[in-house]
Design a binder for this molecule. Structure first.
Ligand code: AMP
Length: 427
């Protein structure tokens, strides 16, 4: 029996690591430069936390959550815990649990790590997903919406994506949205027979979700549907106008997309996406975010506005490869210690240890391979130097140092070899 990784979950092999390192390093630097601190919420939470915060009528809530149990503990109530399908709920839970609300506001937090969703896998759509997530908590100022949008933008820009553009919308608040939802339902009511089952259900459970329906019939009807922009209350309209003013002032290209929505009550005001051309030429949503002024209250905290976004790293890495975005290679070994015979092996182990303790990246083949095979290994590893220890070298207290590029060999006293090599490798 040979095992495979679970469907939709992808191993990251050594050759892909430079991309991942590039993205995580760039994300951390970016987040810090905007004054964000890292918070890693736990990977598994009470299922109820996710169910409550993500909300009925969304795919994640209804069918994508990985619920976990404990092997051999049948008495433990199954379904108590779930793998996190996103970061926001866990970050807000930690915010409340650890009293972070007493810290100066806005509290700016970022996270990096895996989330899990039981989606139908395809290229670029996985079940184990890596995300970069930012949250700004405790302020209603639209300048903070702008800040979150700018981080999302820079995240893609700093990782080599070009031709970026924002799509923005305001989805109002619990004061103004019900009037809009009513208008939307009234508009669709006479057309209900034309809608597919999913959209009919959405109209009942989560009407705003009809706006991002992929069904052609629904899309055709949406052209004349009422738009949230015409229903915003004074506060939401002013907030949206200010955000647009800031975007204009910074000269960032954006389009207002009246179909951009989040279906849940605690989402308020701003929603946005960053669009890019990616590798294949078509415009695509790279990431999304928005404001959720009702979320912390929904989780049992005091009313606390917040705004944030999550960006997927897996898709970004695919695009970076398609676009040949240059990334720094990760440092490989600098020196291989080769040896012949049991006595020389002991000396080689000592030498290897001395090199590593001196901070040099040193490797060896081990086993009883011939010198030729050890040199082949050194070539494959790309080391600039190979150090050879045979019985002659051990007897004379020297090491033969081979410069791999020049194919030249010199003998260096064993006592001097670490300094000799360090000078050549770091000098
Ligand atoms: P969301 O949390 O659904 O707003 O997703 C945020 C970002 O995570 C998306 O823009 C994608 O880049 C990424 N993402 C979401 N779901 C997947 C998935 N199944 N596979 C790969 N990336 C995903």
């Amino acid at each position: 029996m040979r095992f495979q990784s679970p469907r939709g979950m992808v191993d990251i092999l050594p050759e892909d690591q430079p991309y991942w390192r590039h993205v995580t390093k760039a994300s951390e630097k970016l987040a810090r430069s905007f004054g964000y601190e890292r918070l890693d919420p736990v990977l598994i939470e009470d299922t109820g936390l996710f169910l409550r915060s993500i909300g009925e009528g969304t795919d994640i809530h209804d069918k994508e959550m990985y619920v976990v149990g404990v092997l051999g503990k049948a008495e433990e109530k199954m379904g108590d815990l779930a793998l996190r399908p996103e970061f926001t709920a866990g970050v807000m839970r930690a915010y409340l649990e650890h009293g972070l609300s007493s810290r100066p506001t806005p509290l700016r937090l970022y996270s990096l790590g895996h989330v899990f969703r039981h989606e139908a896998p395809q290229l670029g759509r996985y079940r184990q997903i890596s995300q970069f997530n930012c949250e700004a908590i405790g302020s209603l100022d639209p300048a903070l919406d702008l800040e979150i949008m700018l981080i999302a933008w820079r995240f893609f820009e700093d990782n080599g994506m070009k031709d970026l553009a924002f799509q923005v919308n305001s989805t109002g608040c619990p004061q103004c949205r019900p009037r809009y939802v009513e208008a939307l339902r009234a508009y669709f009511a006479p057309h209900a027979p034309k809608l597919n089952l999913d959209d009919r259900r959405r109209l009942e459970v989560n009407p705003l979700r009809v706006l991002d329906s992929k069904a052609e019939d629904t899309q055709a009807l949406l052209a004349d549907a009422p738009q949230m922009g015409d229903y915003l209350c004074e506060e939401c309209a002013a907030h949206f106008a200010a955000l647009k003013g800031y975007l204009d002032a910074l000269g960032r290209p954006y389009s207002i997309n009246p179909r951009l929505v989040r279906g849940l009550d605690y989402y308020t005001k701003t929603v946005f996406e960053v669009w890019g051309k990616e590798g294949l030429g078509a415009q695509n949503a790279l990431c999304g975010g928005g404001r959720y002024d009702g979320l912390i209250e929904l989780l049992g905290g005091p009313p606390t506005p917040s705004v944030g976004f999550a960006a997927g790293i897996d898709r970004l890495v695919l695009s970076m490869k398609a676009l040949d975005v240059p990334v720094e290679p990760l440092p490989g070994p600098q020196v291989l210690v080769a040896y012949l015979g049991a006595d020389a092996k002991l000396s080689a182990l000592q030498l290897l240890n001395d090199l590593r303790e001196a901070g040099l990246r040193a490797t060896a083949t081990f086993g009883d391979r011939g010198l030729k095979a050890q040199f082949r290994f050194a070539d494959r590893a790309g080391v600039p130097y190979t150090l050879v220890l045979g019985s002659d070298e051990v007897a004379q207290g020297v090491v033969s140092a081979r410069d791999m590029a020049a194919s030249s060999q010199t003998q260096v006293p064993r006592a001097d070899i670490v300094a000799w090599l360090a000078e050549r490798l770091t000098g």
